[in-house]
Design a protein around this ligand. Structure first.
Ligand code: PLP
Length: 434
């Protein structure tokens, strides 16, 4: 059974069990398993590869545990992500710590745990000098900004000339400073590059990898031995949000990499990957009920419970992050009827809180369901707390060969008392009287 068929069964079952009301996220566990199989198979020609998932794409502990059981480690970029990954059973060398703002406490924790660290700046390297007193258990590396340019979306392009991430390779003197930094620190053994997310074509990503591979070779030539032993290739493979298709496959990406840098297959380096969106986006979707409908200025509007709190990028930058939406009847079956351009609104109190504008769909009615596809990464896992709206429940599902759907809880919906506690309720009476 393919992903589209599994989704159809899951939607009908979710509607029958009332799981979609008023809003919930769903994760296709078989889809994740297939994505991991594609990933590991595709990268096999590169030899020794540690695959990690970028936790910011979906920081849900059961999903991280599920991935961990499939052999996928985790890339973390904050104390919160680290704590969630550790709670999911991934710790120490199964984690890679990336972040431009690591505190001394975070670095010390990573070093004590044997977690790999990619330093983001020369200042961070100086801080590591004070923390690394004996031969570290952690693999320590440096994030390079290869400055190969931007993809289609500025906010997710990290290899521009002035990006805030990594050490800019082409800035005056930096190549020499980097070689010197490695010469003076025998414990630096890794280079890291992440060219960007969504909108960066594989060719641009390969340009970044080529620049870093060339730097590794130069450092090793200077050292007279193979000091740099691994290259962290980052993540960033884009996803096709316009159809049920995946977009570029891992196999196509590896072919692009090998065409650009054939030496990657030589077994001279170990590798790390940090994919997020390409592993998870297609394996999750959001479902909301239609609460009300109206006509405004002649245009039909369907008011749902899915807005910027679960789809911040789509709502705030609709030109970059459009989502496919499907209209379902209350039984979870595709709704029939001619397509009518209508606005699909969320519940938040600002006029721009729209999942889609003038989207041609069968005319929605109260009680219908709206599916937002490809939201398994960066959507329901990355909540935006506007209007004190709760994080929605997330359900994992599997589908048997006969179409029976089994749901397993991944996260329950945030409760009102949790929202109240997060709003500083313990200090409700603590301010001085006016
Ligand atoms: C966001 C990020 C990733 C994952 O990017 P995807 O586009 O989700 O694959 C990997 N590495 C780093 C350093 C990141 O910031």
């Amino acid at each position: 059974m393919n992903r589209t068929e599994r989704k159809r069964h899951a939607l009908a079952a979710a509607a029958a069990h009332g799981l979609a009301a008023p809003l919930a996220g769903f994760v296709d566990l078989a889809g994740i398993r297939e994505a991991v199989e594609d990933l590991t198979k595709a990268f096999a020609p590169l030899g020794q590869v540690q695959h990690t998932v970028a936790v910011k794409a979906c920081g849900l502990a059961p999903v991280l545990r599920f991935l961990g059981d499939l052999g996928v480690d985790a890339e973390v970029a904050s104390p919160g992500e680290t704590a969630v990954a550790e709670a999911a059973g991934l710790r120490g060398p199964r984690l890679v710590l990336d972040s431009p703002a690591k505190t001394t406490a975070e670095l010390a924790h990573a070093l004590a745990e044997g977690t790999a660290v990619n330093a983001d700046s020369f200042q961070e390297l100086a801080r590591l000098d004070r923390l690394v007193t004996t031969t570290p258990r952690s693999v320590l590396g440096v994030r390079i900004n290869p400055q190969v340019g931007a993809g289609r979306i500025g906010d997710t392009s990290t290899a521009t000339a002035m990006s805030k991430f990594g050490i800019p390779l082409r800035d005056d003197g930096n190549r020499a400073r980097l070689k010197d930094a490695f010469a003076r620190r025998p414990w630096l053994t890794r280079l890291h590059v992440h060219v960007g997310s969504q909108g960066c074509p594989p060719q641009l990503m390969a340009d970044g990898v080529a620049a870093v591979h060339e730097l590794a070779e130069a450092i090793n030539a200077d050292a007279g031995h193979r000091q740099v032993t691994s290259i962290d290739l980052g993540g960033g493979l884009p996803v096709d949000f316009a159809s049920e298709d995946q977009g570029p496959t891992y196999a196509e990406y590896v072919a692009t990499l090998l065409a650009r840098v054939p030496a990657l297959a030589g077994g001279r380096y170990g590798f790390v990957t940090e994919f997020g969106r390409s592993l998870l986006a297609k394996n999750g979707f959001l479902v909301s009920t239609v609460e009300y409908t109206k006509v405004a200025g002649g245009r039909p509007v369907a008011v749902t419970h899915a807005g910027a709190q679960v789809a911040a990028r789509t709502v705030l930058q609709p030109e970059h992050w459009p989502l496919r939406l499907t209209a379902l009847d209350p039984s979870g079956a595709p709704k029939a009827g001619p397509a009518v351009p209508q606005d699909i609104a969320g519940p938040l109190c600002f006029a721009g809180d729209l999942l889609a504008r003038e989207r041609p769909l069968p005319l929605l009615e109260p009680g219908d369901l709206v599916v937002a596809h490809d939201t398994g990464a960066y959507y329901f896992g990355a909540h935006y707390a506007y209007n004190t709206l709760p994080r929605p429940a997330v359900h994992g599902f599997t589908v048997s060969g006969r179409g029976e759907v089994r749901f397993t809880p991944i996260r329950r919906a945030q409760t009102l008392s949790e929202l109240v506690a997060d709003a500083g309720a313990e200090y409700a009476g603590a301010l001085p009287r006016a």
